[in-house]
Design a protein around this ligand. Structure first.
Ligand code: BES
Ligand code: ZN
Ligand code: ZN
Length: 497
């Protein structure tokens, strides 16, 4: 998809479809739309009066051969109530426009920014919305799709913006959305193709291409470093584990400056191990590496956006299988930190691999940690697929992550991590156990387990089990991997330097 900026006045833009959006309010045809309406001899106002053009959220109105405009069509997408409109809706409006036009075999479109969004952030959001919506999950279909791909997309509407701001926002949005789609591509791969070794190869290739530092720890080095928690999960599979480490170093690295560690769970398939999962829906467990894939996407974007802070991604990659050598409930394992863990349920494996991931990230010098993991079904019980849960040992740091999420248009919800949860993971035989006997609070208990390995290093845990995968397609997004957390963490790194 070619991506460009068009500085012509909206009425003079030649394209297959000119797209903009309309709010649900009395004088809907205002600002940029008033200018179009004037060229169109008042047609939009008449459509608004007759009730054909309401501005209701995600309603689409397509006008063919709009009089007075050079565009072949005008598409207006409902943006809903103006007071509720934000970057999330702006991305959805742009994404819906692209997907609905693409399904009609339209290959060229121009998106006209409205008055309120004529700035770098608005251009970034629209670019992200457009590029993210063009992703599809049908990698391995051997027959060509009916609908054509969108070939050329342009942004327009820079009147009143600071010079260069729109272009800058567009470029930033393109880099971030392409990184997010890179992450989605990895998540979409089935587990027979994307084993831990293949994930490591793909990560290494990306890092080399992007000029990032890369170190892939194989099973021998993982054992030398005594990463017993990661190894305990891997031992049930014939596929060996990998610890993927990717480093971005800023040009002027200051001594004593913060180092951001991004730890991502990459279980390339989670059968549950000996505590095996029910067969229904197990196929989805190929997305149990979405946290790791998100971190790889973030690093790809950062290599181009060049933040002032050093960032290290640590991605423990393994399968969780019930092989003859698999660990069994009740087994005791020793994590890299030295802590002993009673593994009461082999399906609570994400916290095990993250334990060693967090320990290793600290060993590499990280002063701040964020982990992203498809950790618990319980987070979906609490939040459905609407928001990801955020847990922390440091409120100030979590507030920064939450602010990044708001700017990035990703929904995070702060979840509790009281000291009482620590009591629940005390083991009889070892230091800690990986599940509790009681019911309830599963997402917080999972987070409490990881906290044991942070030793008060400021840390935020993102449980993305509910948000990393879309079970049903949306008008603005394909079914399948979402790439959740990439945008938030890119924003965090850009604002940490
Ligand atoms: N990968 C799963 C969590 C998960 C569930 C992700 C559904 C996406 C969708 C994780 O490893 C797991 O199995 N967690 C268990 C923990 C339990 C055994 C304490 C769970 O949530 O049931
Ligand atoms: Zn599991
Ligand atoms: Zn898992």
């Amino acid at each position: 998809m070619q991506f460009s900026f068009d500085s012509l006045p909206a009425t003079q833009i030649e394209t297959q479809v000119l797209v903009s959006y309309v709010f649900e309010k009395d004088n809907r045809i205002e600002g940029a739309l008033a200018a179009l309406d004037q060229a169109m001899g008042g047609r939009l106002k008449r459509m608004a009066e007759s009730g054909e053009l309401t501005g209701k959220l995600l309603e689409t109105t397509l006008v063919h051969n709009p009089p007075g405009l050079s565009a072949e069509r005008l598409l207006l997408v409902g943006a809903g109530k103006p007071e509720k409109f934000d970057g999330i809706f702006l991305r959805r409006v742009a994404g819906l426009a692209l997907r609905s036009m693409r399904s009609k075999s339209i290959t060229r479109m121009t998106f006209l920014l409205r008055e309120g969004e004529r700035n770098a952030a608005g251009a970034q959001a629209v670019s992200e919305g457009l590029l993210l919506s063009s992703f599809d999950s049908d990698f391995y279909k051997t027959e060509k799709k009916n609908s054509k791909a969108m070939e050329r997309v342009a942004l327009a509407g820079a009147e009143g913006a600071a010079p260069g701001a729109i272009e800058k926002g567009m470029e930033r949005g393109r880099i971030i959305a392409e990184a997010q789609n890179f992450s989605r591509t990895l998540v979409n791969e089935p587990s027979n193709i994307l084993t831990p070794r293949v994930l490591a190869e793909r990560a290494e290739a990306m890092a080399r291409e992007c000029g990032l530092g890369v170190d892939i720890l194989d099973e021998r080095r993982i054992a030398e470093l005594k990463m017993g928690a990661l190894l305990s999960v891997a031992q049930g599979s014939i596929e060996p584990p990998r610890m993927i480490v990717i480093t971005y170093t800023p040009a002027q690295a200051k001594a004593g400056a913060p180092v951001l560690g991004l730890v991502g769970k990459a279980v390339t398939f989670d059968t549950g191990g000996i505590s095996i999962k029910p067969s229904e829906g197990m196929d989805k467990m190929k997305y149990d590496m979405a946290g790791g894939a998100a971190m790889l996407g973030v690093m790809r974007a950062l290599s181009m956006l060049k933040p002032a802070v050093k960032v290290i991604a640590v991605v423990p990659a393994t399968e969780n299988m019930p092989g003859g050598k698999a660990q069994k409930p009740g087994d005791v394992q020793f994590a890299m930190s030295g802590k002993s863990i009673e593994v009461l349920n082999t399906d609570a494996e994400g916290r095990l691999v993250l334990a060693d991931g967090v320990t290793y990230a600290k060993k590499l010098g990280c002063t701040h940690l964020v982990d992203a993991a498809t950790l618990t079904g319980a987070i979906t019980v609490a939040l459905s697929n609407v928001s990801a849960g955020a847990f922390t040992n440091n409120q100030e740091f979590e507030d920064r992550v939450l602010a990044s999420a708001r700017r990035a248009g990703e929904k995070l919800w702060p979840m509790p991590l009281d000291d009482e949860y620590r009591e629940m993971i005390k083991s009889t035989i070892a230091d800690i156990q990986n599940i509790t006997s009681g019911r309830g609070g599963g997402a917080s208990i999972g987070a409490a387990f990881i906290r044991e390995f942070t030793d008060d290093t400021p840390w935020v845990h993102l449980d993305i089990a509910g948000t990393a995968w879309l079970d049903d397609q949306k008008p603005w997004a394909a079914k399948g991997p979402t790439g959740f957390a990439v945008r938030t963490l890119v924003d965090l790194a850009m604002n940490m330097g």
